[in-house]
Ligand binder design. Structure first.
Ligand SMILES: CC(C)(COP(=O)(O)OP(=O)(O)OC[C@H]1O[C@@H](n2cnc3c(N)ncnc32)[C@H](O)[C@@H]1OP(=O)(O)O)[C@@H](O)C(=O)NCCC(=O)NCCS
Length: 166
């Protein structure tokens, strides 16, 4: 069964292996902790929890919740919710980012994970619409957004800017 759980210290060993193996950047979904050592991961996880609480944010960052998508006792993906828009998010990456690990792709996990993420996001995000962005060469992700009620608000040369009504 698929379940979203916020980052937490109880699950640290599985979270560690998942985050360590996520690429640095795939289709604009970035991971500053790729390849991190276990010794350094306590600090990285604390950073995720701090970001959720709005503590120690880098300049220009808004609070962000880190969620893991679990299939039974295995982590299959990560979803992130940025709590509100700032100018760079409004014109850029928007509220939500997500990643499904390669062995688990093509099984509908991103679609269901985004559906579950939107349920949480609706109780956090104050704006009337949820903003997402996707590269034009990432049709799988665009389908995930469309399956969750997304529409293309506008586009530029390389990206679609998708909105989902609350
Ligand atoms: C994009 C990503 C999240 C999709 O995850 P996933 O679990 O495989 O997605 P799902 O199985 O839920 O759905 C994928 C949909 O895309 C479709 N799809 C997959 N590859 C496709 C392709 N090359 N062209 C068109 N559609 C494609 C699937 O058929 C499915 O749609 P359908 O169910 O309507 O047939 C995953 O590939 C990923 O993590 N990529 C790297 C990070 C990333 O791109 N994040 C999103 C940034 S906007």
């Amino acid at each position: 069964m698929l379940l979203l759980k916020a980052a937490n210290f109880q699950d640290i060993e599985k979270e560690y292996l998942f985050v360590r193996d996520m690429p640095v950047d795939e289709n604009g979904f970035t991971n500053p902790w790729h390849g991190i050592s276990r010794a350094d991961f306590d600090c990285a996880l604390q950073t995720m929890l701090d970001f959720e609480a709005g503590w120690n944010l880098p300049d220009g960052f808004v609070p962000e919740t880190f969620l893991f998508l679990w299939n039974d006792d295995e982590i299959v993906g990560q979803f992130r919710i940025r709590h509100h828009l700032c100018e760079s998010l409004r014109t850029g990456a928007g509220h939500i980012g997500y990643f499904i690990a390669k062995p688990f792709r093509g099984k509908g996990y991103a679609k269901e994970g985004l559906r579950l993420t939107l349920e949480i996001a609706r109780s956090i995000i104050p704006e009337d619409e949820i903003y997402l962005r996707v590269n034009k060469d990432n049709p799988a992700s665009l389908r995930v957004m469309m399956a969750n009620g997304g529409y293309i608000a506008h586009e530029d040369e390389s990206r679609y800017y998708v909105r989902i009504k609350r």
